[in-house]
Design a protein around this ligand. Structure first.
Ligand code: DGT
Ligand code: CA
Ligand code: CA
Ligand code: ZN
Length: 568
């Protein structure tokens, strides 16, 4: 990782020296970039043995630069040139047909620093008018851009990145260099997947603050380091933008960089319609800033209610806020119990006791254990006798630890829609979630029929991860979700919102579709170990993004009322 990062710095140095007309420096840097990228060991170890000069292309001057990078994480010559060319070379170089010279010309003439600037310029046909480009080059660039974009930007499930993002934020806070650090963008909206991380901060000293981010061990290298925006690569495989903001416009910047883009565009049009102007620096009336310090000021300045970040997708929230009719969405701290958890007794890795202790630590008031049933062999599913034995241990642990634990099951829906365990043992369970894991076909009627039969059995409380999707791996099952929602509503069976980051199932748009049918929801982490009990937060985020109120979520109930709600 360190080698790649350093090699990239030398590649950019080569690009920039080429632009500067320093042909020999450029060739030398490119050669050394290649040899560093090809090293079989960490260059820092080579440096420790004092053997840098043995690397192909490394002379005294370059050795000095490598040492500076190892010791200070920067190279003076690079920083100086980067000030002149604040361009994302790495990203632009990937576009077929763009070399250093062309990238330089695009920057100098059109201010293009990254792929999205390039796209805008292509769409407005500015490229073809540049000397040395022409219409044919513009068309070719347009094609290569399409290609590189259709390879798909990498997005990762929020829950996969979340611990790293929180760690990064704490790192910045603990550095003492900032008066304020806030995560914005899709992470703040708690979107199921994120494309990059956006952090806003008020720095005590901008130049020091710009340096500190790369020191975090979550960071693998710098992409662009400017005056007030620093972009770095994170080890989890996406980039992070840190923007340094002035206090007087922090609220406006937070509003702007939280997005979504569609939400922002709609807000800006409302500002314009009332003779004002809205941007990342504030809300302005006749050039006078009327709001900017806080987000609340911005929304109230536009004559509307404050809108929670999770709702900011331009799907009706702005109209509702103008009418003071936003829903009162369920809060993260309102979830009292977790209704989907596994232990070592099927395919989990912690014991019932360990899971209970962590659930209590996380602030929960109860936990439901839902191990797999016998037909799910790969997950070591339990039969009736197995569950009876487990349930005795759950009762025993619950009274020993003085923490409420409910006996449940994640029950296989069999091929013909019947259930994997008999009525007798199910009647001893507090909570029954039914799941479709096996024999799923491409036939929607068949799949839906099995689920509906389970719903109508009168033996279950909820349908787990209803669509069956796995983000980045498996499309949702072919199912008639509207029929399933209607059947659940009629039978008093809950729909689960599963907080496993790769499931995020139901997705928020389907939750939103179901909110007025009377159906209830149950939120579960689907944790298979103690750490993943925190995934309940992501289930709650989906509920919020689906506009759910507290009263529509059964595990916001106190233990006593939750038990009452479970009568089957
Ligand atoms: P992501 O990163 O793809 O998961 O999604 P976001 O929403 O974090 O998008 P990102 O990182 O490109 O930009 C952060 C926010 O900045 C975005 O939510 C809204 C704002 N923003 C970015 N580009 C534009 C734009 O062209 N117009 C407006 N009005 N806002 C923008
Ligand atoms: Ca983002
Ligand atoms: Ca961003
Ligand atoms: Zn499960």
């Amino acid at each position: 990782m360190f080698n790649d990062e350093l090699a990239e710095v030398f590649s950019e140095l080569a690009d920039m020296e080429e632009i500067e007309g320093q042909k020999w420096e450029s060739i030398a840097y490119r050669r050394v970039a290649m040899s560093i990228a090809g090293l079989g060991e960490d260059i820092r170890d080579i440096s420790r043995r004092n053997e840098l000069r043995k690397i192909d292309g490394v002379g005294a001057a370059i050795e000095k630069k490598i040492r500076q990078y190892i010791e200070e994480g920067r190279i003076t010559a690079y920083d100086n040139l980067k000030k002149k060319y604040p361009v994302d070379f790495k990203q632009l170089r990937k576009i077929q047909g763009l070399g250093a010279k062309k990238i330089a010309s695009l920057y100098v003439n059109l201010g293009i620093t990254n792929v999205s600037d390039l796209r805008v310029a292509i769409e407005s046909h500015k490229i073809s008018k540049l000397p040395g480009f022409g219409e044919k080059t513009e068309m070719n660039l347009s094609k290569s851009l399409e290609m590189s974009l259709s390879a798909g930007p990498t997005r990762i499930p929020l829950g996969e990145a979340y611990p790293d993002i929180m760690e990064l934020k704490d790192f910045l806070v603990d550095s003492g260099l900032f008066d304020r650090v806030t995560v914005a963008g899709s992470t703040r909206r708690m979107k199921e997947t994120i494309g990059d991380v956006d952090i806003l901060a008020i720095a005590k000293d901008k130049s020091k603050a710009a340096e500190v981010l790369v020191e975090s061990d979550r960071v693998s290298g710098t992409v662009v380091r400017g005056e007030s925006k620093i972009t770095v690569n994170l080890k989890i495989g996406i980039t992070c933008d840190l923007r340094l903001i002035e206090e007087g416009s922090f609220g406006a910047a937070l509003q702007y960089f939280t997005g979504s883009k569609e939400h922002n565009i709609h807000l800006r049009n409302i500002a314009i319609a009332s003779g004002m102007k809205l941007n990342e620096y504030g809300l302005f009336s006749e050039e006078r800033q009327v709001a900017g310090r806080t987000e609340e000021e911005i929304y109230s300045g536009l004559g509307m209610e404050y809108i929670e970040p999770e709702l900011r997708e331009n799907t009706g929230e702005i109209e509702a806020a103008l009418n003071h009719a936003l829903p009162d969405i369920v809060g993260y701290e309102q979830i009292r119990g977790d209704t989907h958890t596994h232990t070592v007794d099927s395919d989990g890795s912690n014991t019932v006791e360990e899971m209970m202790l962590r659930a209590r630590q996380n602030g929960l008031e109860y936990i439901v254990f839902t191990n797999h049933s016998k037909s799910l062999r790969v997950a070591n599913g339990l039969d009736g006798a197995g569950f009876r034995e487990l349930n005795r241990r759950i009762d025993d642990a619950s009274s020993r630890l003085d923490f409420p634990a409910l006996k449940g099951v994640e029950l296989e829906i069999l091929k013909d829609g019947s259930l994997d365990l008999g009525e007798a043992v199910l009647s001893e369970m507090d909570f029954v979630l039914a799941s479709l894991h096996q024999f799923v076909t491409g036939d929607s009627d068949e799949n839906t029929g099995r689920v509906v039969k389970a719903i109508q059995s009168g033996l279950i409380n909820g349908i787990a991860h209803p669509t069956g999707r796995l983000i980045g791996k498996r499309e949702p099952y072919k199912l008639d979700m509207d029929r399933i929602i209607a059947e659940c509503s009629a039978a008093g069976v809950c729909l689960e919102i599963n907080g496993d980051p790769f499931r995020s199932d139901l997705p928020a748009d389907i939750v939103r579709r179901a909110i007025n049918t009377g159906v209830k929801f149950t939120l579960g982490s689907d944790a298979h170990n103690v750490a993943d009990l925190s995934n309940l937060r992501f289930a709650t985020a989906i509920a919020r993004r689906g506009w759910l109120g507290e009263e529509q979520v059964i595990n916001t109930l106190t233990l006593e009322n939750f038990r009452k709600a479970l009568s089957r």
